[in-house]
Design a protein around this ligand. Structure first.
Ligand code: ZN
Length: 67
């Protein structure tokens, strides 16, 4: 198992897309398993990743409370 793997809600269909933070930072794109939408990081967006990831963590924390 890859400990760094996380999921992000698909912007199109909300399916959880598994992704690896390090691979995302390296420019890898990830495809939604449901609708095939591709998510990835634009070069100019990389400085925003740390802030974005913090928001993701907050989202994940909120979502996990549903269980
Ligand atoms: Zn999708």
């Amino acid at each position: 198992m890859i400990n760094s793997e996380q999921t992000i809600p698909c912007p199109v269909c909300k399916t959880k897309i598994p992704f690896d933070t390090n691979q995302l930072l390296q420019g890898m794109q990830f495809v939604c398993p449901n609708c095939q939408a591709a998510i990835g990081l634009a070069e100019e967006s990389k400085p925003l990743v740390k802030e974005t990831m913090q928001k993701f963590e907050e989202l994940k924390s909120n979502m996990s409370k549903e269980q």
